[in-house]
Design a protein. Structure first.
Length: 499
């Protein structure tokens, strides 16, 4: 059986806690790997290595840092397929989806390659007689990232490339459900020339997380995951004096107006709700149909959903893979089986799906629920699976009010041909990321990703300008220098008197 150990100080370090976690192939249900679960002492070793490396990395030149990152970008590009294969083997998503994940992570590496312009300061001269004021940004020290199972390569790359470009050193705690991609990312960084200890990977469960949150040498913590855990991370790390950005869960809505192109809206709903088996925080999980279009829209979504090919992620014919674990599959299924009792019409029920030759895999089909009420479990909870709820409203105003009543505010979308309606929507909707005829409005790397309300805890979004600001702190320097012509008698530097 394969074993995944820690990466500390530029080398593989075997786990010593005696605790191991199972890693399964979601397509077969078989345990293929064991991953070391760190003790507090092992977490301390990773932080200690990062702290030691910060002594030189934190004062390294910008050209040194960007030189490593350019080499790293080239290596990641050359190893795209290998990284994607690890993601598919442990997460289950289809290979094309895994490649897309790597590509989106590469965007942030590319942003980090241009960190020189992001870290430029400001200068005001002669604010008073011979007084200048400058503003600069400096690194924090050791920072940590705690990342989720659904994007085992992309989300870590949303964090550590910017952090190390800004001069920090990093301790990554990836999900123990699919840990291998994180180790490969670290190995490639070392091959690119990143000094030992600048990037460390420590695997584990809540013990490791709590050790990072409490460690006195960790200056900041980045997190992506569910809302309850994000709230806990934010409260605990903040109480320990750390800077925190904690991105939580979502219930993303797509508002479809009567004038929308229903074919385009149906295509978008299917791809956004069922892509990556719905295991993404930017999935559309609720479609709000306005006016009389509901029946036609639901029928178009159903026709498309029924054609989706579900199978193992390494089969090129598969369009959707299994869920990450059997327990998660069963939880997602419970929302579908309980929907009718709570007033919904079950248009498609995917809970009985089986895949020939892979009977023990974590399979579930696509489910479509219509006439869902806002007080039902399927609507209130973040299901994180291939379940799409359809709600009906009579007017645009009712639809926006319904959506704004949600405690989540991650991403949202509107489908319409009316520019005025779209403009109103982007101003009136209470969410951090908005798509206009775009179902999954994940910003490009040089803008920032993050939601509102219970989808974000902390003041900074992730990557983009917010990411740079999160991983640095500002300093203002006020300077007055004497004029050389005012030097004491007997010292003449050749400067003429000018006053």
């Amino acid at each position: 059986m394969k074993t995944v150990n820690h990466w500390i100080g530029g080398k593989t370090v075997e786990g010593t806690s005696g605790n191991w976690g199972p890693v399964t192939d979601p397509a077969t249900g078989a345990v293929t790997t064991q991953v070391a679960l760190a003790s507090p002492e092992e977490v301390d070793a990773a932080v200690t290595a990062a702290k030691a490396a910060y002594g030189t990395w934190g004062t390294s030149s910008l050209s040194t840092r960007t030189g490593v990152l350019f080499s790293y970008r080239a290596l990641l590009d050359a190893h795209r397929d290998e990284i994607a294969a690890l993601i598919t083997a442990e997460h289950g998503k289809v290979h094309s989806d895994a490649l897309g994940e790597v590509a989106r992570g590469l965007e942030i590496v590319e942003l980090a390659c241009g960190i020189t312009t992001q870290l430029k300061g400001e200068l005001s001269t002669q604010v008073s007689h011979r007084v200048d004021v400058s503003s600069i940004r400096q690194s924090l020290g050791v920072v940590a990232g705690i990342t989720p199972f659904n994007f085992p390569a992309m989300v870590p790359m949303w964090m550590f490339p910017l952090a190390i470009a800004c001069g920090n050193t990093f301790v990554l705690k990836p999900s123990e459900k699919d840990p291998s991609a994180a180790n490969l990312l670290a190995e490639l960084a070392a091959e690119a020339g990143l000094p030992d200890g600048v990037l460390n990977v420590v695997h584990g469960d809540k013990v490791a997380v709590d050790s990072l949150l409490a460690h006195p040498d960790v200056a900041a913590v980045s997190f992506v995951g569910s809302t309850p855990i994000a709230r806990y991370i934010h409260a605990t790390a903040s109480a320990n004096g750390k800077r925190v950005q904690a991105l939580g869960g979502a219930k993303n809505h797509m508002l479809v107006l009567p004038d929308a192109d229903l074919d385009a809206a149906a295509d978008a709903a299917v791809s956004a709700a069922y892509g990556s088996a719905g295991e993404r925080c930017m999935a559309i999980s609720a479609v709000v149909a306005v006016g009389a279009i509901g029946d036609e829209l639901v029928q178009k979504i159903r026709e498309r959903a029924e054609k989706i090919k579900i199978g193992p992620g390494n089969d090129p014919a598969s369009e959707m893979g299994p869920l990450i674990t059997a327990a998660h599959r069963d939880k997602v299924a419970s929302y579908v089986t309980g929907a009718a009792a709570q007033g919904a019409e079950v248009v498609l029920d995917g809970t009985g799906l089986r895949v020939d030759g892979y009977e023990d895999g974590h399979w579930i089909g696509l489910s479509l629920l219509d006439h869902v009420s806002t007080d039902s479990d399927a609507y209130r909870d973040e299901i994180f699976g291939p379940v799409l709820c359809v709600l009906r409203t009579e007017t645009y105003e009712d639809g926006v009010a319904l959506m704004n009543a949600s405690p989540f505010g991650n991403g949202t979308a509107i489908f319409t041909r009316d520019g005025g309606a779209a403009r109103r929507f982007q101003l009136e909707i209470e969410a951090g990321m908005v798509g206009v005829n775009v179902p999954i409005p994940v910003p490009v790397g040089y803008h920032s990703f993050g939601g509102w309300k219970d989808s974000l805890f902390g003041d900074h979004h992730i990557y983009g300008n917010d990411g740079v600001h999160f991983y640095t702190r500002g300093k203002v320097v006020t300077t007055r220098w004497p004029d050389p012509a005012d030097a004491p008698s007997g010292v003449d530097l050749g400067f003429p008197r000018n006053h």
